[in-house]
Design a protein around this ligand. Structure first.
Ligand code: IMP
Length: 436
């Protein structure tokens, strides 16, 4: 039963969209399983660049059916405007081409207001969320007071439930956060209108995918965010509220464990992060601008969803090794190798020194004693590798890569104990080296 899972191996923004796009060419279904419109996937097809937040990147392939699983939290306003955008770009998005799980939870105006109020209250200890209501929506899911897509099928009862939910949120907004209350009647009316529009798309995604897999159809699960933002396995508390790791695909789509074929862990050739939280290999100043770009190009390191400049640094192999383990990755897909062209020397973090006074560990750590929760006490240990000058953007074969670039890839394979199968060398669809 062929399920392939594409996940981010870092803090999100690894460039998963382009591999989803590549693999979607041979997939019958492409399914999102976690997160919400906090994600931003950029897919470049010829001269067209699609920036998607909720709809799976596979939607640009006319033959593939897009699925949004139960693990996703859906802001109906964003979803509907994304569908309008796709239609305006000539992409068909009918209920035959897009199904949303009845068990996916909704993000409401109440969740958006709570996200903002909570971040404001955290002050200096803010998480740097995308303010898309993600945390509050998952909180309601876990406390069993959330609203699910399936409720939209009975519009009258749904409007009542939304009104009740906003009234509960208002008590929190005014009582705990000193924020303005929302108009619950207005919110209920808006959500009921969204319900009318989304009802045709609501389906039993788990059953559809189960039968598809049984019939030998290929399903591609598309992760959002990355392993280090995983609620359980990431750099807690500076994480998102879902499980972007490979096992999250099974829970978030309603599938069992036997169907997985490939787990493709996507990582940049360097490290980036948005939002708060520790980042051992972070660089600043000129080195940061060199890796980040200036923002002139859509592929420079600025958030797709929030436009925030991303923090950048050298590739951290302690964390990548951790990610390939947590996800049981069958292979690595490496992105943005071309960005490193022109550097005399490339640093790669091969271990950590533990600086904490209470540490009982000495020497260099290549595994994290307590996972990546707090990385603040670690000092990265770097290896320096010679860089290369050649522009890689037209390279398509392993043997045509400069020797230094091949050595960098081989070192990544060695340290992660995982083969690198694909390397992107430019922003466009075909700018890829496949390693067999
Ligand atoms: P939230 O998911 O909006 O609650 O944000 C929690 C943390 O995850 C923040 O540090 C965000 O910057 C980060 N985050 C959420 N989604 C993405 C993403 O798609 N790419 C990168 N970082 C993300």
């Amino acid at each position: 039963m062929p399920l392939d899972i594409v996940i981010g191996a870092q803090w999100g923004d690894e460039g998963k969209g382009r591999f989803v796009d590549l693999l979607a060419a041979n997939a019958d279904y492409v399914a999102r399983f976690n997160g919400g419109d906090n994600a931003g996937h950029t897919v470049t097809v010829g001269k067209q660049t699609f920036k998607l937040h909720l709809v799976p990147s596979g939607v640009v392939h006319p033959h593939a059916v897009s699925m949004i699983g139960n693990g996703v939290v859906v802001n109906p306003a964003t979803l509907l405007s994304e569908l309008d955008f796709l239609r305006s770009m000539g992409i068909s998005v009918t209920p035959e081409r897009l199904c949303i799980s009845y068990a996916a939870h909704l993000i409401t105006p109440g969740h958006l207001a709570l996200d903002k109020a909570q971040e404001e209250q955290r002050g200096k200890t803010k998480l740097g969320t995308t303010l898309r209501g993600i945390g509050p929506a998952y909180t309601d899911k876990v406390t069993r007071s959330g609203l699910r897509l399936g409720q939209m099928l009975d519009q009258e009862a749904f409007a009542d439930a939304v009104e009740e939910h906003i009234e509960v949120v208002n008590k929190q907004l005014t009582g705990i956060y000193g924020a303005e209350p929302l108009d619950s009647h207005k919110a209920a009316g808006e959500m009921a209108e969204y319900a009318r529009k989304l009802a045709p798309y609501i389906a039993d995604v788990s059953t559809i995918l189960h039968h598809a897999l049984k019939d030998g159809r290929r399903v591609l699960a598309e992760g959002a965010q990355g392993t280090l933002l995983d609620l359980d396995h990431g750099t807690y508390p500076y994480v998102t509220s879902s499980n972007p790791t490979a096992p999250g695909a099974l829970v978030g789509l309603g599938l069992g464990v036997g169907c997985v074929e490939r787990v493709i862990a996507v990582t940049k050739a360097f490290q980036t992060r948005v939002g708060e939280g520790s980042f051992p290999t972070e660089v600043s100043g000129k080195a940061a601008i060199r890796l980040r770009g200036t923002g002139e190009n859509p592929w420079d390191e600025f958030g797709t969803t929030t436009g925030r400049p991303r923090r950048v640094g050298w590739l951290d192999m302690v964390l990548l090794r951790y990610s390939t383990r947590i996800n049981d990755a069958t292979e690595i897909a490496l992105t943005k190798l071309d960005v490193l062209s022109g550097l005399n020397m490339i640093k790669i973090c091969v271990g950590y020194h533990d600086q904490s006074v209470t540490s009982r560990k000495t020497g260099i750590l290549s595994e994290l004693p307590l996972g990546p929760g707090s990385l603040d006490t670690y000092e990265p240990v770097f290896e320096e590798m010679p860089g290369w000058d050649a522009d890689l953007q037209s390279v398509r074969r392993w043997e045509d890569l400069p020797e230094e670039a091949r050595n960098y890839i081989l070192r990544i394979e060695e340290l992660s104990e995982t083969p690198v199968r694909m390397v992107s060398v430019g922003p466009e669809r075909g700018q890829l080296v496949e390693i067999t």
